[in-house]
Design a protein around this ligand. Sequence first.
Ligand SMILES: [Zn+2]
Length: 126
Amino acid sequence: MQEEVLRELATSLRGELEQIIGDEDERMALAAELDAALALPAGEAGLKLIATLRARPQTREWVATRIDAGEPETWRMFAVPPGVIIAPLRVHVVCPRCDYDRFFVSPGEDFGRCPRHGLRLVPAED
Ligand SMILES: [Zn+2]
């Protein structure tokens, strides 16, 4: 997911916090986290935004209703039910033809190609 999209999500969320987080202290804490993430320079805010958007079940649910289900990796990242332990934020990609693989920290990155086959790497089924 691109940082630009994450920024838009975080900004909309910021404007709807009263409907999303009932507890005032919790709401203030989240607002501060969102502001801190949004204040980061372009290109550096992605992971912090993802972490902030995923940190609470309410925000995960909110995000899950707003992102395109056509982006399965991203959707799965946010649509996990509350209480489920979330896997570390890593994307495992493989060559469709051989066992070449790589790990990416951010799902927004270009996964690149297999050096042997030149095929575009795809998310692994694991
Ligand atoms: Zn290959």
